[in-house]
Each structure stands twice: as C-alpha cells, then as structure tokens.
Ligand binder design. Structure first.
Ligand code: APR
Ligand code: PHB
Length: 389
C-alpha cells in the first residue's frame, strides 16, 4: 500500500490531522491499535482553547461542537472559603469551550467515515522504518498477516505508550520528566454541575476540581495518594471527600448521585526533544504530557497538529519545506510554555506529602496575590485560554 502521510494512532491528534489533510487533498491512512468503540470509551478532558475550536471548524467538524459546546467566560479558583473569579473574556477577549474529548473524537471518526478516509483498526506490531531516509515505510500485522505502507511522511500520534517516540534513537532524543506524588480520582455523574463555571479548589485535605460535560453531566476530581485504588472509593466516600474540599457555600449546593465512571490517573509532566526525526513527526501525547491542572493535554496536541498540518500543506502545495524543517522548534516553544503553566497550577493548588510550613505559606501568598492582583489574573487567563499559535 502507498499513502502520502501514514498516521500512527487514531486519538484526537491523528484524527484531526487526517481530516485537515483530507480537505487539502493530501492522502493519509490512520493506523489504530484498538477499536473505535474502545477509543470512544476513554473518558478524558473537556476544555477546548479557541485554537482547537478553530481547527475543528477548519476541519469541517465544528457543527455539533458549536451547537452543544458550552462557552465559559471564566473560572473559579477557591481556597479557604475564598473564591477568585478569573474572567477570561475581560482579560483576553476570548472564552474557552466545554466539549468532551469523547464527543470530539466521535465527530472526527464520523467525518472520516463520511469522506471514506481509510482507518485500519486492531493493528499490531507497528514498526517505523527508514524515517531518516527519503523512503520511509511502516509495517504492522492484522488478522490478514503482515502489511506494509510506503509513504512520504509519518505522523507519530500514538500517545504516551506508542512506538513512534521510541523509534527516535537514544543518541538523538532527550526526555524531560517530572512525576508528581499523587493522582486524581475522577468521577462522571449524571447530575447537574454544582456551578456554571469550573471550580479549582485548594484545601488542606488536598485539591479538588468541579467540571462538567453538559447541563446534566458533571465531572469531579479529588487529589489522592498514588497508592489509592479505585475500589477503595465508594460513591459515598467520594462525595464526602469532595464536599470537604470545596468552599462551604459550594458544598451545600452539590447534588450527588450514582457515578457512571470512576478512575484514578497519576500526574506527570513530560517532554521529549526533538519531536521531528527525518520524516517522522511526533504529535500530542506521543511527544509530551502535562498534569491535568489547567486542561492543556488536548490543547497542546492541537497546536502540534496546527504546525504539522501547515508544514505538510506548504510542502505538498508550495514545495516549501521550512514549516516541516522548523516543526520541532516551533511546536516545542509553545509546548514548554503550556508545560510551565500546568506545572505552576499543579504546584499552586495541590498538597504535597513533603510540604513544610514555609511551603504552605508560599502557596497561600500566591493565592492571595492572585486574588488581589488584576495583572496576575490576566496572566492566568492568557495561559488558560491558550497562547497564540
Ligand atoms: N499502534 C497504533 N496505534 C497506537 C499504538 C500503536 N503502537 N500505540 C497507541 N496507539 C493509539 C492508542 O490506542 C490511541 O488511540 O494511539 C492513540 C493515541 O491517542 P491519545 O492517547 O488520545 O493521544 P493524542 O491523540 O495525542 O491525544 C492527546 O489529550 O486530553 C489529552 O491525554 C489526553 O488523549 C489525550 C490527548
Ligand atoms: C475535565 O473536565 O475533565 C477537566 C477540566 C479541567 C481540567 C482537567 C479536567 O483542568
């Protein structure tokens, strides 16, 4: 088989790239290790920066997002019964949109099917060959045996545990990593959200987040020790802990109910450099991970796709290779700023096991400063809604 761009991974990064390229007449095949239903069963984040929203529209898949997505003009940062309202629209002129990753992924799969673009599911043993030559190819197995795709370029969109990153030799690649000593226990519940904006809450019992998907679907999280197991957390224990970490007035309004999903995710910051090796380009979670405080996971994937997509279009349509040659530097320059923001939000709002009294006072001073200083609120707002591409 031959295609122009072989895309490894059918998560949001690979699907968005495939759809954008299709509209520009550039042929791509998506190779996905799991099934469509499996990918759609994963519950992930749900806050879109305006850059992501615009890319979805450009890819021709913005209709349902624009109809069902919720516009959020700000967010709340809470601590010690104090609430700081961060007004995105006042400070940046731009809101964010609440639209779940599951919904967005479904729209992208539907669009792929509608245009007849090729996706191969259940692929095993994907290997990348000759990425540093002019004739790269990808091999993999399906139930029909060993397959080979020859291509011009390879997009490694296969997430943190994929093969693409590992293909770049150790002598070329450097990884930067920080593991946090806690995780987030998340629940989805068919209950109305406690507030019309997200609430990021720092409390002496640890961090909590109130988020949502729509008017009757709430997403809540509490910080938990890394050793905790989901089975230890009954619904009642979760609701009780969440309430204890929210401002009293918020806790009183919380509507609890049966949870429809419960999971624990560890927190990690990770970046690999470079994210281009010859004709292989890493995008999204394959290249970097952020802790979820600040909702940058999906959005950093989108900015990679923006740079790669524009580089590929310039190469195919204008015979101009600069965008591809500069991909790694341009994408990483923005990634590192999103990494910094996610790391600083994580540090400001969580309880760390080895924290001493001084560290706690530093967090408190930072929150008090944020609450009293318009410029600090503007900095948070600019980062939250997304730095320009
Ligand atoms: N071969 C083929 N596909 C693979 C392989 C492989 N060896 N390894 C992983 N995959 C697939 C996974 O099954 C998954 O569907 O690649 C896809 C990667 O998708 P994501 O992990 O969702 O990564 P990405 O598309 O970069 O999306 C960015 O934003 O909210 C964040 O972390 C969250 O998923 C999120 C991400
Ligand atoms: C979510 O809704 O899942 C969510 C929202 C904001 C975050 C992280 C997760 O910072």
């Amino acid at each position: 088989m031959r295609t122009q761009v072989a895309i490894i991974g059918g998560g949001p990064s690979g699907l968005l790239l495939g759809q954008l390229l299709h509209l520009k007449g550039i042929d791509a095949i998506v190779l996905e290790r799991k099934t469509r239903d499996y990918v759609l069963g994963r519950i992930r984040a749900g806050i879109l920066e305006v850059g992501f929203v615009n890319l979805m529209r450009e890819a021709g898949v913005g209709k349902r997002m624009d109809a069902e997505g919720l516009i959020h003009d700000g967010t709340v940062i809470a601590y010690d019964n104090t609430q700081i309202n961060i007004d995105f629209t006042k400070h940046t002129g731009t809101p964010v949109m609440v639209y779940g990753q599951t919904e967005l992924t479904r729209d992208l799969y539907d669009a792929r099917e509608t245009v007849g673009a090729k996706t191969v599911f259940n692929v095993e043993g994907v290997e990348i060959h000759g990425a540093d030559t002019d004739a790269p190819y990808v091999t993999y197995h399906t139930k029909d045996g060993e397959q080979r795709i020859d291509c011009d370029y390879i997009a490694g969109c296969d997430g943190f545990h994929g093969v693409s990153r590992q293909t770049i030799p150790d002598s070329v690649r450097r990884d930067y990593e920080k593991i946090y000593p806690f995780g987030w226990l998340g629940v989805m519940s068919q209950t109305p959200p406690v507030h019309d904006e997200l609430i990021y809450s720092s409390s002496e019992r640890g961090f909590a987040l109130c988020s949502m998907r729509h008017a009757n679907l709430s997403r809540y999280y509490v910080q938990v020790p890394l050793e905790d197991k989901v089975e230890q957390w009954s619904d009642a224990a979760f609701w009780d802990e969440l309430k204890r970490r929210l401002p009293e007035s918020t806790a009183e309004q919380l509507i609890t109910g049966d949870t429809i999903e419960k999971s624990i995710a560890p927190l990690r910051s990770f970046v690999t450099e470079p994210i281009r090796w010859g004709r292989l380009f890493l995008c999204g979670d394959a290249a970097h991970i952020v802790p979820p405080t600040g909702a940058k996971g999906l959005n950093t994937a989108a900015s990679d796709i923006h740079y790669l997509y524009n580089g590929l279009v310039a190469a195919y349509h204008d015979n101009e290779d600069e965008g591809l040659a500069e991909y790694s530097g341009r994408a990483l320059s923005r990634i590192w700023k999103a990494e910094r923001f996610s790391w600083s939000m994580t540090n400001m709002l969580h309880r760390f096991p080895d924290q001493n009294g001084f560290d706690l006072r530093m967090q408190q001073a930072e929150l008090e400063f944020l609450g009293s200083n318009d410029a600090a609120q503007k900095v948070l707002a600019e980062n939250y809604v997304g730095l320009p591409y």
